[in-house]
Design a protein around this ligand. Structure first.
Ligand SMILES: NC(=O)c1ccc[n+]([C@@H]2O[C@H](COP(=O)([O-])OP(=O)(O)OC[C@H]3O[C@@H](n4cnc5c(N)ncnc54)[C@H](OP(=O)(O)O)[C@@H]3O)[C@@H](O)[C@H]2O)c1
Ligand SMILES: *[C@@H]1O[C@H](CO)[C@@H](O)[C@H](O)[C@H]1NC(C)=O
Length: 338
């Protein structure tokens, strides 16, 4: 009888192991693999100034907090002062660094970009790191204040003008760095359509996002070429897949198609999936942080990073002719050149 009970208990235990413990044991290596490298650098940023666009939420906020913890003066460049102030308060109390300020920047308005750059150029004695992080994904064909398709306008053109207007300050502070947050999505498009750059003939929310992220890669590469010998580096990166507010417009679109209830279920499944196979915001910020502070990359420029190391990009991402052409077209679009 006792032997039978023991056998029963063993069987129950074995079933339990199979059902729960095996996945639990697997969970650790899967998570470690998904997290993708951390920035090991202990570099301090005391006396240095860092600007991060879109720093009120998502990976931008974690990046800002990390810079504050390293002692930098941190400027959160955000379109909502209310949200930005809330994030700044949290970062100040978390890091104990009082030198965290907010400054209004709406990348969907060239006037706002100019106003922001002027305020920084007038008031800040130096600018050591500019992190072009803000982004919008998969929205309908909305237009910016200046009539640019929203994703190209915010993700690329806004940052293009911003960087150019701050470049003198960045050069004077050399060695300094420009970091542009792109996405792996850039590798899934064949290239920029220079005949319809503003998507007047044809618009797809997803393709427009991919191309805007390709524009980030090409911009960063061309910027590096132009900055050779100045002591300023320029790199772009893929942060990983992270469940953030970035999905908001895509979710709205899905809700429109399948309805409220089904879309809620789909979101839960996606969130769960990203929870296991994707990154947390802390993990997602690591590659940006590496590019911004790590000593080992201080002279590295013109590259594309992922999981804290340089990675190959797509053929379209290495197209220097397209990069030069995009620079030229962008200069005209934002009014830096007539
Ligand atoms: N999450 C991912 O899986 C993933 C993957 C690859 C690449 N990325 C890239 O990572 C970057 C950060 O994304 P995230 O996931 O942290 O997204 P997020 O949580 O949605 O944060 C995006 C930030 O950009 C800001 N922003 C949007 N439009 C703006 C505008 N017109 N002017 C100024 N700021 C604006 C948002 O401000 P509001 O809060 O006011 O809207 C927010 O602060 C983006 O460039 C994104 O393309 C993310
Ligand atoms: C970067 O370049 C400087 C100047 O040439 C050099 O002293 C330094 O060791 C280099 N750093 C790395 C990580 O290669």
């Amino acid at each position: 009888m006792a032997r039978l009970a023991r056998l029963g208990a063993t069987l129950v235990l074995a079933a339990g192991i199979k059902r729960w413990i095996a996945p639990a044991v697997l969970y650790v290596p899967v998570r470690r693999w998904a997290a993708g490298g951390a920035c090991e650098s202990q570099a301090r940023m005391d006396g240095k100034t860092v600007i991060i666009t879109g720093a009120n939420t998502g990976i931008g906020k974690v990046t800002a907090r990390d810079m504050a913890e390293r002692g930098a003066r941190v400027i959160l460049a955000c379109r909502s002062l209310e949200k930005a102030e809330e994030a700044a308060k949290e970062i100040r109390s978390h890091s104990g660094n009082k030198n965290v300020v907010v400054q209004k920047l709406d990348l969907a308005s060239l006037a706002s970009v100019r106003q922001f750059a002027k305020a920084v150029n007038d008031a800040e004695p130096r600018l050591d790191v500019l992190i072009n992080n803000a982004g919008v994904m998969s929205c309908p064909r909305w237009e910016t204040e200046d009539g640019f398709e929203m994703q190209f306008g915010v993700n690329h053109l806004g940052h293009f003008l911003l960087t150019n207007l701050l470049l003198d300050k960045i050069k004077k502070s050399a060695p300094s760095r420009v970091v542009t947050v792109s996405s792996l999505a850039h590798a899934f498009t064949n290239g920029i359509d220079f005949d319809d750059i503003n998507y007047e003939k044809d618009h797809s929310p997803e393709e427009s996002y991919r191309r805007s992220k390709l524009a980030n890669v090409l911009f960063s590469r061309e910027l590096a070429r132009r900055l050779e010998g100045t002591g300023v580096t320029s790199n772009s990166l893929h942060p990983g897949v992270i469940y953030t507010e970035l999905v908001r417009h895509r979710q709205e679109r899905i809700r429109g198609v399948v309805g409220e209830q089904l879309s809620r279920v789909a979101n839960k499944i996606i969130e769960g999936f990203v929870g296991i196979f994707g990154k947390t915001c802390e993990e997602g910020a690591q590659t940006t942080i590496c590019c911004a502070v790590a000593e080992e990359w201080e002279n590295t420029t013109g590259l594309y990073f992922s999981d804290c190391v340089p990675k190959e990009t797509s053929a379209a991402g290495m197209d220097d002719e397209a990069a030069a052409r995009l620079w030229d077209v962008s200069e005209k679009m934002v009014g830096l050149k007539s």
